[in-house]
Design a protein. Structure first.
Length: 718
């Protein structure tokens, strides 16, 4: 009988488990069915995001220069499990070499993902480069979907869908998450959005229950993981601190009187402060454990326009946060209704004050950077606002509308958790400030277009409900306007992206030169090069370079600059052969027309008076066709030159000009394989022209190893 009873109980238990599993599966199925429209829309948004970003997969090479460097680091991880230190392929002339970048979570995850794709097969560089191209597309598409969940948490599902869609199509954001882009940017933003999803879930409630604690801990971990992935983690403390200062005042101003006023766990403002502290403490520990200094980086950037150091800025910002917290917890939350209403209004006024101050700075300060420095010459360091039309198209209206309307919406639509939308306010206003003054931050602001659009969409939808004009003409006009803006966003993407091609794919001359280097130089060959090709040369050719896009040695940049513009060929040879110790010199014909740039590097300042001599008269380098055939003429970028005239042009350096412009300015004409070079006296005296045109002074120093399509590689004789 005991055995029969046990068998009966076991059978009953199995039936119970099956029933429980069935109920669980049924609930999941019902939830999927209830959200079927949302799921379909999210799949469509993912495919749109993937399509926009993935079109560059048809090309062979990576999109950005820095992508090649990060690919090389990931390759190191795949092949040997660590980064080589010092870097074996860059800055070989430095006594101690150059340390590689600190290993980030992006590198580790990318190496792991490649191993999954490779499926145990031996390392294949073509497959590896394709996976590196592919990852940013996936990361960017995932972020677009995550934006839905963030928009849903702050507002609602409809707004979340709009937020995800705008994130998918905004050109400036998609641009840096395209195939072959620098993957750590997109990868870092995954943790950023995830962190704020959990953060909002935690601070929406006024209790320290288990669910809230789990969410705020997860938020802190996600924020910490971003600090281990990408330097733009500096956004997190800026957004959280400024949001918290205003949010805690608003939370306290909405708080009802407590039965037990001495119990701080019942004080909503105190509970909010504890949650923020938990998240930021976890972030702080992870950030500093990884070796990042958010105080110096984030607060230093904010303080720089005001000429304040990071320590002073930290004191002011944290001091403001502490004062706001103390006043909110111990005074506002316990005040009468009129006092609370006053502080609520002051908080909204404070948000508008921030907008007014930012606008005033925009109007009165056209640039924050000293344009006489060499660093200011890099394209991504340019002032960013001049590119807003191209980067954002009509979508640029969303941030301005969001900043202006969000404080008003807090007063107009009084939701208990409305303070969470202030996260979007500071996300938008901080990144707008960054992008306004620096081109490289337009990508960061590009993602902020999505929360800005969410704010505007929420205000429109809530306004239609509040004023009961859903079916009126005003509602139709507003909805049509919103639709047009979103449509323009898609149109902007369709117009923006087809123009972009990976650099190496777009420049076949470099493909041919790199292939020659691989096939015709020793594997331990040392190249003397300019920094802009460094990352590409090391990854593709696996040869050593004297400098790369990190600009880790000013001496290397000055050395190449002197090699180009000096008139002393002996000095130039000594630089290349002895100071740098190179085997080959890599030049391109653009160095001739951009000689002024190298003059700046030698002088260590940007001064137009130094370079005027290089641009006097006619200075051109034209690509020519039919130079090696018997056709009656040669065509050089629309200019037709008879074969007889072409044959008369010098292919060796000369000191006697061919012509005089305006009767006094010497002009020199050269033919160089497939290019026509027209220069003035100052350029003709430079070393770069003498080595390019095989002068008598330099023929014993170098062997012309490769010249094609404007690329010249010289082998140094010893």
């Amino acid at each position: 009988m005991p055995e029969l009873t046990h068998s009966h109980e076991t059978h009953h238990s199995q039936e119970h488990n099956i029933q429980t599993d069935t109920n669980f599966i049924g609930k999941i199925g019902q939830k999927i069915w209830d959200n079927r429209m949302i799921i379909v829309l999210l799949i469509a948004i993912f495919l749109i995001a993937f399509g926009i970003r993935g079109h560059l997969l048809r090309y062979e090479y990576l999109f950005e220069f820095d992508s090649f460097y990060h690919a090389r680091l990931v390759e190191d991880l795949v092949l040997q499990g660590h980064f080589s230190n010092p870097d074996p392929l860059a800055y070989y002339q430095l006594p101690n070499g150059m340390q590689p970048q600190v290993m980030s979570l992006y590198h580790i995850v990318s190496a792991f993902l490649y191993e999954i794709v490779a499926f145990g097969q031996p390392f294949n560089k073509e497959l590896f480069m394709w996976t590196i191209q592919f990852f940013p597309v996936v990361f960017g598409s995932i972020i677009s979907i995550l934006l839905y969940f963030l928009g849903k948490e702050v507002f609602n599902k409809k707004v979340g869908i709009i937020m995800a869609f705008v994130g998918a199509v905004t050109p400036a954001f998609a641009y840096r998450t395209m195939a072959g882009a620098q993957g750590d940017n997109a990868f870092g933003f995954i943790w950023f959005v995830l962190g704020f999803i959990f953060f909002v879930r935690a601070v929406k409630t006024n209790t320290l229950d288990k669910k809230s604690v789990i969410n705020i801990v997860l938020a802190g971990i996600m924020f910490g993981l971003m600090s281990m992935s990408w330097d733009m983690y500096l956004l997190i403390p800026l957004i959280v601190i400024f949001y918290s200062i205003f949010a805690i005042v608003i939370i306290a101003s909405k708080e009802r009187a407590h039965t037990h006023e001495t119990d701080l766990t019942q004080n909503h403002a105190f509970v909010f402060a504890v949650k923020v502290i938990i998240a930021m403490l976890i972030f702080h520990v992870m950030c500093y454990a990884y070796g990042e200094n958010w105080i110096g980086d984030a607060l230093g950037y904010i303080g720089s326009p005001l000429k304040l150091g990071s320590d002073v800025t930290l004191f002011l910002v944290l001091g403001g946060a502490l004062i706001a917290s103390a006043v909110s917890i111990f005074y506002i939350s316990k005040s009468n209704k009129e006092t609370k209403s006053l502080f609520f209004s002051l908080a909204l006024i404070g948000l508008y004050a921030g907008f007014i101050v930012m606008t005033f700075v925009f109007i009165t300060v056209p640039d924050l950077q000293d344009r006489s420095t060499l660093a200011s010459m890099v394209g991504e360091e340019s002032v960013g606002n001049q590119f807003f039309g191209t980067k954002y198209n009509s979508l640029i209206l969303f941030p301005w509308l969001a900043i202006i309307l969000l404080p008003l919406s807090l007063w107009l639509f009084k939701r208990e958790e409305s303070h969470t939308s202030i996260i979007f306010f500071f996300w938008v206003i901080i990144t707008l400030f960054m992008a306004w003054y620096k081109l490289k931050f337009t990508f960061v602001f590009g993602l902020a277009i999505a929360p800005a659009a969410a704010v505007v969409a929420y205000i429109i939808l809530e306004g239609l409900k509040k004023f009961q004009i859903e079916k009126g003409l005003e509602a139709k006009v507003i909805l049509v306007s919103l639709f047009v803006l979103l449509l323009f966003g898609v149109g902007a993407s369709a117009k923006f992206f087809p123009d972009y091609v990976p650099y190496v794919d777009e420049h076949p001359e470099w493909q041919a030169a790199q292939q020659w280097i691989i096939e015709s130089t020793p594997k331990d060959a040392k190249l003397f090069n300019w920094w802009d090709q460094g990352h590409i040369l090391t990854f593709i050719t696996e040869r050593k370079v004297s400098t790369d896009n990190r600009n880790g040695s000013n001496e290397a940049n000055v050395a190449m600059s002197k090699f180009i513009i000096t008139t002393d060929t002996n000095e130039a040879y000594n630089i290349a052969a002895n100071q740098i110790g190179a085997d080959y010199v890599v030049l391109d014909s653009s160095m001739i027309t951009e000689a002024g740039t190298f003059e700046y590097y030698v002088a260590n300042k940007v001064d137009s008076s130094l370079v005027q001599k290089y641009y006097q008269g006619v200075v051109r380098v034209l690509n020519c066709q039919d130079t090696d055939t018997n056709t009656p003429s040669v065509t050089c970028e629309g200019n037709t030159i008879s074969r007889a005239e072409w044959n008369k042009l010098a292919d060796k350096w000369k000191s006697t000009p061919d012509d005089f412009q305006n009767g006094s300015e010497p002009v020199f004409y050269y033919k160089s394989h497939d290019q026509l070079i027209i220069i003035n006296q100052a350029l003709n005296n430079t070393n770069v022209i003498k080595v390019w045109m095989n002068s008598e002074e330099t023929k014993d120093y170098y062997e012309d190893a490769y010249t094609k399509l404007g690329i010249k590689i010289l082998k140094i004789k010893r």
